[in-house]
Design a protein around this ligand. Sequence first.
Ligand SMILES: [Zn+2]
Length: 308
Amino acid sequence: MYRGRFAPSPTGELHAGSLVAALASYLDARAHHGEWLVRIEDVDAPRCIEGADKMILKQLQQCGLHWDGNVVYQSQRDSLYQQALDNLLAQDLVYPCGCTRKEIEENQALLGLDLSRNKAAVYLGTCREGLKGKPARAWRFNVRKWSELRASPVVHWTDRRLGPQSQNVLAEVGDFVLKRADGLWAYQLAVVVDDAKQGITHVVRGEDLSDNTARQMLLQEALGYPAQKYLHTALVWGVNGEKLSKQNGAKALNLSSDAAICQSLISAASTLGLDAGPGTLGSLEQLPSALVNWTDAWAHRQPTKIEA
Ligand SMILES: [Zn+2]
């Protein structure tokens, strides 16, 4: 049974890029005759904006993207994340880290390492053998130990759009954080636990999140969770050539009138390479049939073809 999800962070309203991701995951689920769930990723509470969750859900409904089951909120799933951390602790696959961000970057600079990867410092495992008197700040996944147990630090997978992918997590990321210094759960852990507990079989999301895939696969393996299939969709680029995101001030979707809703969906569909020419969605009355037509087109196209 196919089960997919759309998992927005309530850090603002949907923008053009997040509507593309929502539409892609919706169409993929419907094309597989599967379920489509919505999960609000509010684990990073300081970044969340009050009421944004309700706004996002309303926007999805305005666009005819109706989800199955109840909406899940990460902020209510603390105990599940703690169980997963305890599981990894019992396997000796996590350890406390006392390093500050500054110390991590300084260590890296000393070794002449490149800081360019997402401007995030590769963690060199400083606290892997103990805190050496420093207070514990964060909890990290021991990528080196898990790499030894699974006989490779390289994760391979096939993205349904991007093709064969791989990442050496130990060299390119290092031991990554599962519980942050501020006590909040890290995105990587929450996503992996939720996807497994919700029985998600297929992940469809924007290409900007592709870089997380290898870390999430390592965690799935270590926690004994089933693997998923991945499809990372094309991003929407702003006029300045930057990826549209809430961080760089992408405008909220204009869903203020029936015509604006149609236009927003037409733009999203055409970003996904679907036929969105004149007549596909001229009025909201055509929305159900447009979604059915796009689902049908999605099911029969290359290269994001449906797998069994
Ligand atoms: Zn450390």
